[in-house]
Design a protein around this ligand. Structure first.
Ligand SMILES: [Fe+2]
Length: 452
């Protein structure tokens, strides 16, 4: 049989291409917005079915694009609120792909409709060898319960679903809907793509808890920030079907600045070093890399006109594609010719001071008035390590303005765990008018605590 896990590294999403090459048929489960990997990996199989395990809140499903490309049948659980023609993936329903059989397993908790799939290769055995757990059981973690319902009710339902999974034999492989980097789990979620029921039963801390109430209490402690724009993403996924996003116009530097002056928000996807050297005044730095789309969507006001800047135009278009995958389907413009073309136009630029974390002690000795701003999440800050005397504010809270209580007239050195979020936070501070800002990069709080 054909079985491929296809990972979206930007969002930490796992999707699956499953089929029977002998029969020449395949299906895709939880397709990402960019459908080219499925068409490329299909090995001549015709994609006849596309299944979503639930209405996703963190990414836009590529189901409409796959149906347009293949004419496939779309499946989604009942109660998903789907506003498009579909077949109902009710508990126990079987989908046959040649000798491969998928059986729906209702696993509520993450969302009420959430449904996993047991996979059998009947040429070898009727019993399932694997289960697609969607957003119920992850490697080392479980799905978050608070995106569709009250967190406590979600956890109690999820606990029952997990018992259903744990009743499967030890050898059954676990293939989840997310891995490390996703906001649909906690920071315990592994970067590993699969596991087994037996291994997770033995070694997953959440599964070792005694009862549903204990599980709910433990999950409450693990909740981090929710995916940005989740209500918009859910609405897009409920339908009608999406097949394309409008292509963003290419704008020269002068026009891009004019649009930025009229309320547009510039996202700069170049490296932190390039941004520090020179950038368009007011731009937000979100280097293109894993987690770009989520960070950019958290950094940019919800309904603003987005203007994208890359080292070249292709990079800006890649940024637009990534943003479309998280529901920012409309981009007001990309910088034509990349940042070099902007410089050639002779337009204004700004610089940002950036130091390596190992050079910070020397900088503080030279500038004792510098105040450190720790911009990690609440949970990271709460559980330490921490810096004495540092201010703390999660980076994304700088999105719209300088929050009340944060002095805007101090020289601020912005630090996180790696330097990545600190760069975005530093650019947001500059955008909101703080003039003396230092981006502390290539390390973070733990590096610094270790060096003191
Ligand atoms: Fe989800």
């Amino acid at each position: 049989m054909l079985f491929r896990q296809i990972i979206n590294e930007d969002l930490g999403c796992a999707s699956y291409l499953i089929g029977d090459p002998v029969a020449g048929v395949a299906c895709v489960v939880d397709p990402q917005w960019d459908i080219t990997p499925y068409l490329a990996a299909a090995q001549g199989c015709h994609i006849t079915h596309v299944i979503d395990t639930h209405t996703h809140a963190d990414h836009v499903s590529g189901r409409g694009r796959l149906q347009e490309a293949t004419g496939c049948t779309l499946w989604i659980p009942p109660r998903a609120g789907a506003d498009f023609p579909h077949a109902a993936l009710a508990d126990g329903v079987q989908i046959t792909l040649g000798a491969v059989v998928l059986q729906a397993l209702h696993l509520p908790g993450h969302r009420p409709e959430h449904t996993g799939l047991l996979i059998s290769d009947t040429r070898r055995a009727d019993a399932p060898w694997a289960v697609l757990t969607g957003d119920s059981l992850f490697v080392g973690d479980c799905g978050r319960p608070d995106l569709a319902t009250d967190a406590h009710a979600g956890s109690l339902a999820l606990w029952q679903s997990l018992q259903r999974l744990l009743a499967l034999p030890d050898h059954v492989e676990v293939w989840p809907g997310h891995l490390g980097g996703s906001l649909c789990g906690s920071d315990r979620i592994s970067a590993k793509g699969s596991s087994t029921i037996g291994y997770e039963r033995a070694h997953s801390p959440l599964l070792a808890l005694a009862d549903a109430e204990g599980f709910a209490a433990a999950q409450r402690q693990l909740l981090g920030i929710k995916p940005p724009d989740l209500d918009r993403v859910v609405a897009l996924n409920e339908g009608p079907l999406l097949t394309t996003s409008a292509p963003a116009p290419a704008l020269d530097g002068a026009e891009l600045r004019r649009r930025a002056g009229g309320g547009g928000v510039v996202i700069d996807g170049r490296s932190a070093a390039a941004f520090a050297a020179a950038h368009i005044p007011g731009a937000i730095s979100v280097p293109l890399g894993a987690g770009f789309a989520t960070r950019a969507a958290l950094a940019a006001p919800r309904d603003c006109d987005l203007l994208l800047v890359g080292s070249d135009e292709a990079q800006a278009r890649l940024m637009a594609d990534r943003l479309a995958a998280v529901g920012r389907q409309y981009i007001a413009g990309v910088l034509a010719g990349g940042f070099a073309a902007y410089l050639d136009e002779g337009l204004a630029t700004q610089a940002l001071t950036r130091v390596r974390v190992e050079d910070l002690p020397a900088l503080r000795a030279a500038r004792p008035e510098l105040v450190l701003l720790d911009c990690r999440e609440e949970r990271e800050h709460g559980q330490g390590p921490r810096l004495d005397g540092a201010l703390h504010l999660p980076w994304w809270q700088l999105r719209d303005a300088i929050p009340e209580g944060l002095p805007d007239d101090l020289p601020l050195g912005v630090i996180c765990a790696s330097g990545r979020r600190a760069g975005t936070a530093a650019s947001l501070l500059r955008r909101h008018g703080v003039t003396d800002v230092v981006h502390i990069d290539q390390g973070g709080v733990a590096t610094l605590v270790g060096a003191l």
